[in-house]
Design a protein around this ligand. Structure first.
Ligand code: GUN
Length: 323
């Protein structure tokens, strides 16, 4: 977990892209900086262990988004000097094949970190699979032992996207202690762990979900608003307090068929749709929310690249724990 002070060192001028009102928090740039540091720590650990730390990724089925994420994780691992291996399992294989693969990876001293890409296809019991991962190789931080440690404030592996959110807020020196934070979405992957991390940093945290009443009003009370609900462009200016920090965790794939009407006007999204027939959009209507926010993350180029950077950090940490 990030410490009270700025873990990533803001000893030099913050690189900022200035929109009309808001500072755009550049996750791609921070991810590159973090990956350089990980390259150095990976080299140190490789020397100490006499072997290259290895991340083993399990990909079940052929979901295009999951394939793209897994490809970028293993490529990034190789780029910083780690070994990235993927075991692809067809969606119609018996769920035992995945459990067996995880068990082998648990017992293989060559493997330091294990990641099972989610969501799993129907027929798989994700809880059973995540529970079966050796907690000392659980670089996603989803095993109940690691979840418990995180919530007790003594994290071993911090889940990657929440760790990226905190890294970005720290990098831009967004104040957290004593501030009101609202987290939209209560998933195990993002909402719950990000709420735990913000609580540990002395923010006053409200965790919202589909049954929350007066959602926009609750969000307008936030100094720090984290959106992780998987609904493109859901957070508009009406949700954002003047001067708030808005972090967009959503990665929604838009096509001309599924684009919400209010996003169809965005020049960036229109250009991407015209060029490629598809576009990425976050949970935040960026152009609208940026009118009120002081800090805001873009999609793409915000939290997404940090998820991968944090996974690499966790893999090096796993390798050093095994040493
Ligand atoms: N699917 C979406 N985000 C994640 C993540 O952080 N880890 C895994 N394993 N699957 C995901």
């Amino acid at each position: 977990m990030a410490g009270q002070s700025d873990r990533y060192g803001t000893g030099y001028a913050l690189p900022v892209m200035q929109s009309t009102a808001a500072i755009v928090m550049d996750g791609a740039l921070l991810a590159r900086e973090l990956r350089e540091k990980t390259r150095e720590s990976a080299a140190r650990v490789t020397k100490a262990l006499g072997k290259t730390p290895c991340l083993k990724v399990f990909l079940v089925g052929d979901d295009p988004a999951s394939q793209a994420y897994v490809g970028s994780k293993t490529r990034a691992a190789e780029e910083v000097g780690l070994q990235g291996e993927t075991l692809r399992i067809p969606a119609d294989e018996s769920p035992d094949r995945l459990l067996d693969g995880v068990s082998r990876a648990n017992n293989d001293p060559a493997v330091d970190g294990i990641l099972v890409q989610l969501p799993l296809p129907p027929g798989h019991d994700a809880t059973r699979v995540l529970d079966s991962i050796d907690p000392l190789k659980d670089v996603d931080g989803f095993h109940p032992e690691n979840v418990g440690l995180l919530h007790q404030g003594r994290p071993r592996f911090v889940p990657c996207t929440p760790a990226g959110v905190l890294a970005l807020l720290d990098r831009y020196a967004v104040p957290l202690a004593g501030r009101r934070a609202v987290v939209l979405g209560r998933s195990d992957i993002v909402g719950k762990p990000v709420a735990a991390l913000l609580t540990a940093r002395d923010a006053t945290v409200t965790l919202c979900h589909s049954k929350t009443r007066d959602l926009a009003a609750v969000c307008r009370g936030a100094d720090v608003l984290i959106a992780a609900i998987g609904r493109p462009g859901f957070v508009t200016r009406e949700f954002v307090k003047e001067g708030a920090a808005v972090v967009d965790v959503g990665i929604n794939r838009l096509t001309p068929e599924n684009i919400p009407q209010h996003l169809a006007q965005s020049p960036r999204i229109r250009a991407a749709l015209e060029l490629k027939g598809r576009a990425l959009a976050g949970d935040v209507d960026f152009d609208d929310a940026a009118k009120a926010a002081r800090w805001i993350t873009p999609v793409p180029g915000g939290v997404g690249p940090l998820t991968v950077a944090m996974l690499l950090e966790n893999t090096v940490k796993a390798a050093s724990l095994h040493a």
